[in-house]
Design a protein around this ligand. Structure first.
Ligand code: IPE
Ligand code: IPE
Ligand code: MG
Length: 240
């Protein structure tokens, strides 16, 4: 017989895209879409925890998003500071451990304090690790890891780079979801997604609900992960 119960992905990564279009379709300002995006994230965190996902990594603000209009950038920064103040106690009581991943330079001191406080306040939690990638880019991550190793005089190998990367505290993502209909990575987790299963949803992020998450997980469960091996090798290991 093949493998037993279909496994839930241990680590799910999500490019939460489509907030702006969600708002524009409703004749609302784009920031209203980002606010709705926070609601959607709250729902998704709960749903992931209930399904036994161990790690959820979300893309909240990319290195490239600084190129947006200043009002949108400042709106996103305010939203983040507000969300930290509001959401952390509940996340913590739900057993969520927060990590903020990305470049701290360029963020306001108030924001950095908020991120550090949220990490400290949730450090003891074990139910779900939530990595929020903020001012993050996959190329930044690879470059900062290499620069750190070089500064320490360490050899650059796959293993040493992996350990210097911003997500070294968790295993690589199993399932990479992008909402909003675009089929690109947009500089998210370039190194870590080498063997992630990709799932593209046409749903805009504010509409991404439990059923949409279940659809992505079901698609994942239907994939055969071969990691370079043949299908025959995989089925003989599963049968053993
Ligand atoms: C993703 O939604 C959120 C961020 C990039 C902060 P967008 O704002 O990119 O939404 P669309 O793609 O314009 O609809
Ligand atoms: C990726 O979405 C970044 C986040 C979701 C935070 P973008 O909307 O910025 O990506 P592009 O510009 O369409 O590639
Ligand atoms: Mg977008």
């Amino acid at each position: 017989m093949a493998s037993s119960a279909p496994r839930v992905p241990h680590h799910v990564a999500i490019v939460m895209d489509g907030n702006g279009r969600w708002a524009t379709r409703r004749f609302l300002p784009r920031i209203a879409g980002h606010k709705q995006g926070v609601e959607s994230l709250r729902r998704c965190v709960k749903a992931c925890a209930e399904r036994g996902v161990g790690v959820l990594t979300v893309f909240a603000f990319s290195s490239e998003n600084w190129n947006r209009p200043v009002e949108e950038v400042s709106g996103l920064m305010e939203l983040m500071v507000g969300a930290l103040a509001r959401e952390v106690p509940k996340l913590s009581s739900d057993g969520v451990r927060l990590h903020f991943v990305g470049e701290r330079a360029g963020l306001s001191p108030k924001m950095v304090k908020g991120l550090l406080d949220a990490e400290a306040a949730t450090a003891h939690n074990t139910r779900l690790v939530l990595n929020v990638c903020f001012n993050y880019g996959g190329r930044w991550d690879i470059a900062q890891a290499a620069a750190r190793l070089a500064a320490q005089g360490e050899a650059i190998t796959e293993l040493s780079l992996d350990r210097a990367m911003a997500l070294a505290h968790v295993p690589d993502p199993d399932l990479f979801i992008r909402t909003g209909g675009e089929q690109r990575l947009s500089n998210f987790l370039l190194w870590q997604s080498a063997y992630a299963e990709l799932f593209f949803s046409d749903k805009l992020w504010p509409e991404f609900d439990e059923a949409a998450l279940d659809e992505a997980i079901a698609a994942f469960q239907g994939r055969e992960r071969r990691f370079g091996q043949t299908s025959a090798q995989i089925s003989s290991t599963a049968a053993a």
